[in-house]
Design a protein around this ligand. Structure first.
Ligand code: PAP
Length: 334
């Protein structure tokens, strides 16, 4: 598709999409007014359907694309900072890193919200066409809902997951902050949201199906999907940064290692550093999302401050049941 012939107006939804929407299963979410609909086995807010259809119909992957995937609140912002810095390390020394002036999401676009979300003012899909390779992108879509060209091209996926208890805790805080920013009167209760989460009713959930599908893909096609865990990145960042660099075909050289480049990247992208950057302290992304809300605690095991023993029991059982036979495990405490 040439940029000249690209017409953004064509991207707006087609009449039949409304019919599709009406036919999808719908549930209320966390006792609140807005509901979730089930599209291709995954729960999404109603408003996401249009943008997902746009992505599926129009997004054309390039073989060189590097796409971060993962459920919300599993560490995608961290991985964006790391990936951007690794890919551009020869162009920008750390003290000139564009992350000093841009939130990670302004450098690694999320397909659903930054490119195909209805809030776009500039014709962003056009912008996507103009981005130089390798394009660094992200999506929360489950594997089965990825557009055909992502699944079948040689583009690479970097999947990040996080233990479900911390993921849920982070999601709850983010949702509360979002409601506050939109002046919503709705009240989110930790317990209600947790029950929904356990039943699979969470954005882009069920959680376990999302994770396990990418996990299996990473085992079957290690050249296509790199599977990372938040807790592993915390424990041994150097080892996992090397995995990332090798996966994208830009391994660290012995010289770079001797210059402590990996350590510098780890330190620069640490939550302590990112949180203190002026650019991440104020302002919003996509109208409502405060930049600072993407950098909260960044810890493993914070869930212990919120979960009741009953909740822990419920989630432990669920993890045993869902992960049995997969070979996948989660570390829950530091
Ligand atoms: P998103 O899906 O909305 O983009 P995402 O970045 O995946 O969110 O997750 C945000 C979580 O990552 C937050 O976790 P918390 O609520 O438990 O604190 C956030 O603090 C954490 N995070 C962001 N940046 C970093 C980082 N540099 N290092 C470690 N954790 C980070």
């Amino acid at each position: 598709m040439s940029s000249a012939s690209y017409e953004v107006t064509k991207l707006f939804s087609e009449g039949s999409d409304e019919v599709l929407k009406q036919s999808l299963p719908q549930v209320p979410w966390s006792n609140n007014k807005f509901g979730l609909i089930n599209y291709q086995g995954s729960w999404i807010p109603e408003s996401f359907l249009a943008r997902i259809l746009l992505i599926q119909r129009h997004f054309l992957a390039r073989d060189s694309d590097l796409i971060i995937t993962g459920l919300p609140k599993t560490g995608t912002t961290w991985l964006k900072s790391l990936l951007f810095t690794i890919v551009n390390r020869a162009i920008y020394p750390v003290n000139q890193n564009p992350l000093l002036k841009n939130h990670p999401q302004e450098l690694v676009y999320n397909l659903e919200s930054d490119i195909y979300g209805e809030a776009f003012e500039y014709p962003r899909p056009q912008h996507l066409v103009e981005l130089p390779s390798p394009r660094l992108l992200s999506t929360h879509l489950p594997f089965n809902s990825l557009p055909e060209s992502i699944r079948t091209s040689n583009c690479r996926l970097l999947y990040i997951c996080r233990n479900p208890l911390d993921t849920f805790t982070s999601l709850f805080h983010f949702a509360v902050s979002y409601l506050k920013n939109t002046n919503s009167k709705e009240i989110l209760r930790f317990e209600d949201l947790f029950d929904d989460f356990c039943s699979g009713r969470t954005i882009h959930g069920p959680f376990f199906e999302h994770v396990i599908t990418y996990w299996k893909m990473s085992l079957e096609h290690p050249e296509k999907v790199l599977f990372l865990k938040y807790e592993d990145l915390k424990d041994d960042p150097k080892h996992h940064l090397k995995r990332v660099a090798e996966f994208i075909g830009m391994p660290f050289t012995p010289f770079e290692e001797s210059q402590s480049i990996i350590d510098q990247i780890i330190e620069f992208c640490s939550i302590g550093n990112m949180k203190e950057l002026e650019v991440n302290k104020s302002g919003v992304i996509n109208k409502f999302f405060e930049k600072k809300s993407y950098f909260r605690k960044g810890e493993v095991g914070e869930w212990r401050n919120y979960f009741t023993p009953l909740m822990v029991e419920k989630m432990t059982k669920l993890m045993e049941e869902k992960l049995e036979g997969t070979g996948l495990t989660f570390k829950l405490i530091p």
